[in-house]
Design a protein around this ligand. Structure first.
Ligand SMILES: NC(=O)C1=CN([C@@H]2O[C@H](COP(=O)(O)OP(=O)(O)OC[C@H]3O[C@@H](n4cnc5c(N)ncnc54)[C@H](OP(=O)(O)O)[C@@H]3O)[C@@H](O)[C@H]2O)[C@@H](O)CC1
Ligand SMILES: Nc1ncnc2c1ncn2[C@@H]1O[C@H](COP(=O)(O)OP(=O)(O)O)[C@@H](O)[C@H]1O
Ligand SMILES: [K+]
Length: 500
């Protein structure tokens, strides 16, 4: 499991480091890492480092300082270096002097000879001739969208980019991008990832993230966010042991679908069937259709005679009327963990007295998309992590907030995020598949917070495998999928996760 730390956590850790190691030494370590990884990228993309042209975008603070010192290292490796200073009077003094001594060229990005967009002639020419751009505009202390000159320079970058610490234009805390932002091939960060690397557009804009050790990691507290690796999910995924039978692996009950939405029942039970080897019961008006698709499911018409289960997955397609409410009430009263999705969330939002049915010792997982979240607790807002964390605490639930980045918050404040590289899961019925996965993992006894993280990871991978097809090559081109195709790829996703 990887962590991500907020800028405040990183600054505190840096302060601890500075009690024993001088600040300039720490900065030189950071800059060295940027140069080593940047040089590798340059060699790959331009065939060599010596004789190539590296352009540094240098902002007003420590991020620009890192870039300037990295420029010194590029000079040592024989590259030409031009530093474009966005705030010449604030550019890191020691870094500027060192780069000048090393034979680098430092120019004011805004002049002389500024064009109508405010970019100086030397800066514009340097960017056109760049083989590699080092983005040191802004890092941990970024606030708001990029200012006009920074935004203009960023929009002119055509060469490969190594970002220092964070791609400029990405919010370090939320990963949000509002306006132009660096699109990095590689981001070299220090001590640990930041939320901006794993959330929202930031996860895409960061490119490959390299975490360089500069002595800070040892001083970091518990991460603010966690990200599961494929190997974590594969290792934790429940599979039958020699002593197991169908009951010992957990029986999941699925209450989904209706005369209007029978497909939700087929999708949710189908994913539960394929998620684990335990048993799946179905309760609802789509019992015949479920049996015809999944003969292994024990299906009944009503939740009251469904039989014993270890967890319930309730909601997709059950409707928001009286019968849906009774189904949800029954599941909440069962004393078993419940994954409440879709109509269940709307029901809870419309009638908070339903919470009274809940057994306080049994976990409840809510899996809203942004619209369902709004019904329950108002607009999600830009800080999706803070929103999910607050609602998880308030309702004492594990809250899985759907979207391109899935956020899973536990009532104790722990947050897992699953950055999705692709948007292929954005298809109708895909959430029903996720509900079945979570239900099956809850029934298997997996910690609800992890169950959501495992399910989100496998779900995104299944969509990717379905979209690219088994024959996908090195540079695959995807095709749109429906939730049925996603569902069919669940076993392949689990296999791939277990193999990693
Ligand atoms: N601490 C250390 O020793 C170490 C730190 N390290 C490095 O330092 C970085 C943190 O440095 P930092 O704190 O100086 O701030 P940083 O992110 O460079 O921002 C600088 C300035 O940019 C400006 N600005 C803000 N928003 C803006 C916007 N939207 N668009 C344009 N400009 C904007 C604003 O300046 P202003 O113009 O407002 O005065 C702000 O003060 C960190 O990410 C890492 O790379 C490593 O070397 C390891 C050791
Ligand atoms: N842009 C996106 N990129 C990646 N995943 C997405 C995106 N949009 C939605 N998803 C995922 O697709 C699923 C959609 O669920 P949901 O909105 O409940 O759909 P439905 O109700 O049609 O089943 C969720 O797992 C969500 O995280
Ligand atoms: K940067």
């Amino acid at each position: 499991m990887q962590g991500a730390w907020t800028p405040d956590q990183v600054r505190d850790a840096e302060r601890s480091v500075f009690t024993s190691t001088p600040e300039p030494v720490v900065m030189r370590r950071a800059a060295f890492a940027v140069a080593v990884h940047g040089a590798r990228l340059l060699a790959e993309t331009a065939g060599a480092v010596a004789g190539r042209h590296v352009v540094l975008l240098v902002g007003a603070g420590g991020n620009g300082g890192d870039a300037l010192w990295a420029g010194v290292e590029f000079r040592r490796r024989g590259a030409g270096v031009t530093a474009l200073l966005l705030s010449p009077d604030k550019a890191h003094p020691a870094g500027s002097a060192a780069l000048r001594r090393a034979g680098g060229v430092l120019v004011d990005a805004a002049g002389p000879g500024a064009d109508t967009a405010g970019v100086g002639a030397a800066a514009a020419g340097a960017l056109e001739r760049a083989d590699l751009v080092v983005d040191g505009i802004v890092g941990l202390s970024a606030r708001g969208s990029l200012r006009p000159l920074a935004a203009e320079l960023v929009s002119r970058v055509a060469a490969p980019v190594v970002a220092v610490d964070l791609p400029s234009g990405v919010d370090p805390i939320t990963g949000a991008v509002d306006g132009p932002a660096v699109d990095a091939d590689l981001t070299v960060t220090f001590g640990g990832r930041k939320p901006g690397h794993v959330l929202g557009t930031g996860s895409v804009r960061s490119g490959a993230v390299v975490v360089a050790g500069i002595g800070v990691a040892e001083h970091l507290p518990e991460p603010d966010l966690f990200v599961l690796d494929a190997a974590d999910v594969g290792a934790g995924w429940p599979v039958p042991r020699p002593q197991d039978d169908k009951y010992s692996q957990g029986v999941v009950g699925v209450a989904a679908g209706s005369a209007t939405y029978p497909g939700a029942a087929v999708l949710a039970t189908g994913s539960a069937v394929q998620a684990t080897s335990g048993m799946v019961r179905y309760a609802g008006s789509a019992a015949d259709l479920v049996r015809s698709h999944w003969p292994e499911v024990v299906a009944t018409g009503s939740i009251t005679d469904a039989g014993r289960v270890q967890a319930w997955a309730v909601g997709p397609g059950i409707g928001t009327g009286a019968s849906g409410r009774e189904v949800l009430r029954h599941a909440l009263e069962s004393g078993r963990p419940v994954c409440a999705d879709a109509d269940s969330i709307t029901l809870l939002a419309e009638d908070p007295t339903l919470w009274d049915a809940r057994d306080p010792d049994a976990a409840v997982v809510l899996t809203p998309h942004a619209g369902e979240f709004q019904r329950l607790a108002g607009e999600v807002g830009a800080d999706r992590v803070a929103a999910a964390r607050e609602v998880a605490r308030r309702f004492d639930v594990v809250l899985l907030l759907k979207g391109n980045t899935t956020v899973v918050a536990a009532p104790d404040g722990r947050v897992l995020v699953n950055p999705s590289v692709h948007a292929w899961p954005a298809t109708a019925g895909s959430g029903d598949v996720l509900t079945g996965l979570i239900g099956a993992l809850l029934a298997a006894g997996i910690d609800p917070w992890l169950a959501c993280g495992y399910a989100a990871h496998a779900h995104a991978l299944a969509a990717e495998l379905a979209a690219f097809g088994p024959e996908a090559g090195d540079d695959p081109v995807g095709a749109p999928i429906g939730a049925s195709a996603l569902l069919r790829s669940v076993p392949a996703a689990i296999r791939a996760l277990r193999a990693s």
